[in-house]
Design a binder for this molecule. Structure first.
Ligand SMILES: Nc1ncnc2c1ncn2[C@@H]1O[C@H](COP(=O)(O)OP(=O)(O)OP(=O)(O)O)[C@@H](O)[C@H]1O
Length: 518
């Protein structure tokens, strides 16, 4: 592994003398020359790789690839996570090896290493760990369902215990997974590529094959978390490696546990959950209540400690789930968190096209002209949910207004245009307005200076960035001179506290908001 220590300049592997890149050379100038040559080699291969796979794919998978060391015949590259390592190994190793060999025929092998312990790397969860369960892949899946009427919205959809080999004993679980939410219907793009890849890996391989556990997927509303989680559950039950899958929302979990505790039945519920292989839990931000969180923490610990895979989704990152018990939050942070962002134009268009394809399976006469689809994709930018609403409206309208013009479409969908992002506020705008208001420079706002005249405007700007944009704490931290997410969290809390007792400041902040939105 790449070490910061200068003493780790030379490592010996298999009796080979291997030069590690980026550390102090033991042999002075000769070492420097070698290092320069190796770096140049790496740069050339990277450029060729980028040309071959395209800038988008390159940025997703190879943006954080680094040269680790070069020996006579072996090139070692490093990535920050085990997931990236196995992804590159499975899909790109041959290509990369070929590119190195084109540059230097003596290179026989390329190896991918993980740079530092991944957040999700935990003892016992090794890539080659034995599978926890052997199952009969050919046995039919059984789904047992119940739909508690008392649950509203989130709770109506949602515990599914699905298993291939044998029915789960104990309490009934489950309402059906939405059959539309599959990997096939999920449109891939740069905003969700990493999350999708992680999701597929888990569905195919289970916890035995990956070391990012729990996998935590977060995004603002309507960007496909539920779709992706249900796709994982649906695909996992097809995989012989992940026989027992539970999909549930946090609210259903709460309801189910509260009922079990009331009926003195918590033990059998826990027994059932103990025997699962994959827990998929949606809308984590809704988990509330001390005793319920205690139970959830217990379940989480038990599953993670026995190398069972857990996948969680929420509308914010794990460290931002402030209502959660710190132990739950900390356990959730022990895995890998992946943020999904909004779909770009191509993705939006593809989502609409796929919707139309599916609708046409029921009624082949349905059609929406391509220019209307692309007009909608260009203008409805908020999320998959708004797109879905727009699409449904169009289908409905076309049944009695067959000749919809673009103007008519605008009229019908006006309320959805840019819904969810009424004014797209940029962090730079916030910094500019705040800096001007407090008579400091933007550079000072993002600098390391800690004088009072800078610190307060900086904290206010961070607070505004969190409240006026969908950006996450880490993202905001990066935009403020590479600060840690906890610094941003601290700033947001501090300003929130101050506002509640300081009317002058609260007016000042309102004024800043107006200026930013102008
Ligand atoms: N990448 C995508 N490909 C296909 N459909 C998508 C994609 N992203 C979102 N959608 C569609 O958008 C709609 C909303 O998605 P979903 O319910 O999964 O969002 P969510 O992130 O779970 O939202 P919330 O936070 O409100 O629960 C769904 O119909 C979903 O199928």
């Amino acid at each position: 592994m790449l070490s910061n220590s200068v003493t780790a300049a030379i490592v010996f592997e298999n009796g080979e003398n291997v030069r590690q890149i980026g550390t102090t050379p033991a042999d002075g100038a000769a070492g420097d020359k070698g290092e320069i040559a190796h770096n140049a080699l790496f740069e050339r291969v990277s450029a060729r790789l980028k040309a071959q796979v395209g800038a988008d794919v390159f940025a997703s998978w190879f943006g954080r690839l680094k040269l680790h060391s070069v020996s006579k015949s072996v090139v070692r590259l490093s990535v920050p996570t085990t997931f990236l390592k196995s992804w590159i190994n499975n899909r790109y190793l041959e290509l990369i090896t070929g590119l190195f060999q084109q540059e230097d025929a003596e290179i026989l092998k390329v190896e991918i290493l993980v740079r530092s312990a991944t957040r999700g790397a935990r003892p016992g969860l090794h890539e080659d760990a034995p599978q926890a369960h052997q199952t009969d892949a050919t046995a039919p899946a059984t789904t047992r369902r119940t739909s508690p009427q008392s649950l509203a919205h989130h709770a109506t959809a949602t515990v599914s215990t699905l298993q291939k080999s044998q029915p789960v004993a104990g309490p009934l679980f489950g309402s059906p997974l939405d059959p539309r939410y599959t990997f096939e219907s999920f449109v891939e793009g740069s905003s969700n590529r990493v999350a999708l890849a992680a999701a597929k890996t888990i569905a195919e391989a289970g916890a035995g094959a990956v070391r990012f556990n729990p996998l935590f997927i977060h995004s603002t509303v309507g960007l496909g978390k539920t779709h992706l989680l249900q796709a994982i559950a649906t695909a996992a039950i097809q995989s012989p490696r992940v026989p027992r899958v539970v999909y549930l929302t946090a609210e259903y979990f709460m309801w189910r546990f509260a009922t079990a505790i009331r009926d003195n039945d918590a033990l059998s519920l826990k027994e059932t959950l103990r025997n699962i292989d994959l827990l998929v839990i949606d809308d984590m931000q809704f988990l509330q209540g001390k005793s319920i969180q205690h139970e959830f923490c217990h379940l989480l610990n038990m599953l993670l400690d026995s190398a069972k895979q857990v996948v969680v989704a929420a509308d914010r990152a794990p460290w931002e789930l402030e209502s959660l018990d710190p132990r739950v939050r900390s356990r959730l942070q022990g895995g890998v968190a992946i943020e999904m962002e909004g779909p770009d134009y191509e993705m939006r268009l593809e989502i609409l096209k796929r919707r139309l394809e599916v609708a046409r399976q029921d009624d082949a006469s349905l059609d929406i002209p391509a220019e209307i689809l692309s007009h909608v994709a260009r203008n409805i930018t908020a999320s998959g949910r708004e797109l879905e609403g727009a699409f449904n409206q169009l289908l409905f309208r076309r049944s009695f207004e067959p000749q919809l013009s673009i103007e008519r479409v605008d009229e019908l969908l006006g309320h959805l245009v840019n819904a969810g992002e009424p004014r797209r506020v940029r962090i730079e705008d916030i910094q500019r307005v705040v800096a001007k208001h407090y008579n400091v420079s933007r550079q000072e706002l993002v600098s390391n200076r800690r004088t009072r005249v800078i610190v307060k405007p900086r904290q206010i700007a961070m607070y505004l960035a969190k409240t006026l944009t969908p950006r996450s704490f880490p993202e905001i931290g990066r935009r403020f001179g590479g600060r840690d997410h906890t610094t941003v969290l601290h700033a947001v809390r501090k300003i929130e506290d101050l506002i509640s007792g300081d009317t002058k400041l609260s007016h000042e902040i309102e004024l800043l908001k107006r200026l930013i939105n102008e």
